[in-house]
Design a protein. Structure first.
Length: 214
């Protein structure tokens, strides 16, 4: 049994990011599901792992790590994944791409946020789908424009997968799930094509982790 344990949920965007990185690094790991729909993330057992009640939680190298971006940084530095350029200016630009997804779009489209918005609306028709599309599509349009600063070769910032790609692919999964169309965004679609052909992204896809009976 692997000494590396990932506590995740199959549809969690942040967990999906971590699975991609672990496969890029060639790290064998045991995945333990924390069912967000059933509320297992609020159980005393999981709150002991992460007082915020979030997934993912990664146990690796004798550490227990939380927050996907922080964990990705740890894996990048300890496994030499080259997720970000070394040049400070290029690094900041690549981080901006990743943060445009992980810091701006993802939090407002988090499951518990969408549920709360639906409750506040009194269960208005179209919720939570309308909420998701309202934030996801404009966010992806901005991302498409930001990609214009790069020559796709073929990933977001170069010829190998980087932090931006790892953050983007889970958001595209969510876009399709909620009906946020991005067919008119050719740069973004090109990156998606490259990622879907990469073994690490294939192995991390939620379809590979769908619980039995779902």
């Amino acid at each position: 049994m692997s000494n590396t344990i990932l506590f995740d949920y199959w549809r969690s965007s942040a967990s999906y990011r971590l699975r991609i990185a672990l496969h890029l690094a060639g790290i064998e790991y045991q995945a333990i599901s924390v069912d967000l729909v059933k509320g297992e993330h609020k159980s005393p057992e999981h709150l002991e792992r992460n007082p915020q009640g979030f997934v993912p939680v990664l146990e690796i190298d004798g550490l227990r790590l939380t927050q996907s971006l922080a964990i990705l940084d740890y894996l990048d530095q300890t496994r030499d994944l080259c997720l970000l350029p070394k040049d400070p200016a290029a690094r900041a630009q690549a981080q901006a791409l990743a943060h445009a997804i992980a810091v701006d779009i993802h939090p407002v489209c988090n499951l518990q946020v969408a549920k709360f918005a639906t409750a506040l609306s009194g269960g208005a028709e179209g919720m939570p789908g309308d909420w998701m599309v309202h934030f996801i599509r404009p966010g992806l349009q901005a991302f498409e424009t930001l990609l214009g600063a790069y020559d796709q070769a073929p990933f977001c910032t170069g010829d190998t997968p980087g932090l931006a790609d790892i953050c983007l692919m889970p958001q595209l999964y969510n876009a399709r799930r909620w009906g946020a169309d991005f067919a008119d965004m050719p740069r973004l679609s090109g990156v998606e094509k490259a990622c879907t052909a990469h073994p690490a992204f294939v192995a991390a896809h939620p379809d590979k982790w769908t619980p039995t009976g779902t």
